[in-house]
Design a protein around this ligand. Structure first.
Ligand code: DQA
Length: 146
């Protein structure tokens, strides 16, 4: 099983970025933990963080032919803006879970809107880095490829 984890803009700053909202764990620590978790189940994990919408769209398009079975994505600010990333996920038709470290519903009104939630398998928001681990656990247990 091949899992792709995508992290959107500013998530490279995790650990120092608004730690009261996003926690102290770094992106490297999150990715390392996820890779280890995947390995114990005999799965392969690839990950990409980008601040650029185009890079995320390109990586999702690549997933169509590289054997990716499941995507875990924290689109970060693009959650609330990106028709292009939504369309890319719809185009490749690979099931995905949307993850947010913070509870987007407990914050500014503009964060309640997501271009992803209605086409996601599910959404995890507010559980910090644990949210990624739970999404991965789900991805490893469920073999859903549409
Ligand atoms: C976020 C929530 C978004 O609203 C915000 O723009 C982010 C991170 C989260 O993980 O809580 O950058 O996706």
């Amino acid at each position: 099983k091949n899992i792709l984890v995508l992290h959107g803009p500013n998530l490279n700053l995790l650990g120092t970025r608004e730690p009261g909202v996003y926690g102290h764990v770094t992106l490297d620590e999150i990715n390392a933990k996820l890779s280890a978790q995947a390995e114990t189940k005999g799965a392969k994990l690839a990950h990409l963080q980008s601040n650029a919408e185009a890079a995320l769209v390109d990586r999702i398009q690549q997933a169509r032919t590289d054997g990716t079975d499941f995507i875990i994505i924290n689109p970060a600010a693009f959650t609330h803006t990106s028709v292009a990333i939504r369309d890319a996920l719809a185009a490749v038709a690979i099931p995905f879970v949307e993850v947010h470290l913070s509870n987007v519903h407990a914050r500014e009104a503009f964060r309640k809107e997501s271009y992803f939630s209605d086409i996601a398998v599910g959404v995890i928001s507010g559980l910090g880095a644990t949210g990624y681990e739970l999404a991965l656990q789900f991805a490893l247990q469920h073999s859903v490829r549409s």
